[in-house]
Write a protein that binds this ligand. Structure first.
Ligand SMILES: [Zn+2]
Length: 196
């Protein structure tokens, strides 16, 4: 049975690196993969980049209106695996389309993404929430907070101060310094207190 896998982790845990490793393993055995990512993530064009070097051009970038089941049925029916980067930006419908790909086309789909946005308090990302609900197989990719404990949260820092409101995607206007840090819940609350 082909499965829908969700591999989640905070920023900097090496999600894209793992995705590229899986692609490499398939191709080393002479099998084909299809690597996709949402067009929402435009910072690197159609490329997947990792902090430690390896990169790869995607097979296609999709927008929020694309039917992934239809696209894959048409052009990628013969691949052995579909790999999705930045899967938190999928719509709920697109996650269901990926699930349909595993059932009807019998192609395994591995989706990599964040579990929760930086605001912490609302519903998070539609794609991640739906993946947590329907994926066959869910696993965390772990990373470490500045204090040494396990980081589970993605925090946005504007000019060195943590912020918990604003849009999902912040366009860099060149004036303020935008950073994301993976923190443990204790450090998240510590930053929240300090900023008050
Ligand atoms: Zn911490």
């Amino acid at each position: 049975m082909s499965k829908l896998y969700f591999r989640y982790g905070a920023m900097g845990c090496g999600k894209t690196m793992q995705l590229l490793q899986v692609a490499f393993n398939y191709e080393e055995r002479g099998q084909k993969v299809c690597v996709i990512k949402p067009a929402t993530d435009t910072k690197n064009g159609d490329k997947l980049l990792t902090r430690i070097g390896p990169e790869r051009v995607t097979d296609f970038c999709f927008s929020r209106d694309d039917d992934l089941y239809a696209l894959v049925s048409k052009k990628y029916k013969n691949v052995d695996c579909i790999l999705v980067d930045e899967a938190q930006f999928l719509t709920k419908e697109q996650v269901d389309q990926l699930l349909k790909i595993t059932i009807k086309l019998k192609i395994p789909v591995m989706a990599y993404g964040l579990r929760l946005n930086f605001r912490m308090e609302d519903g998070g990302f539609d794609g991640a929430t739906r993946l947590l609900q329907v994926a066959h197989d869910i696993e965390e990719i772990k990373t470490i907070c500045e204090c040494g404990h396990k980081a589970t949260l993605n925090c946005r820092f504007l000019n060195g101060k943590m912020v918990v409101d604003g849009p999902d995607i912040l366009i860099d206007d060149g004036k303020s310094k935008i950073e994301y840090r993976a923190l443990c819940p204790a450090c998240f609350y510590k930053n929240l207190e300090e900023d008050k």
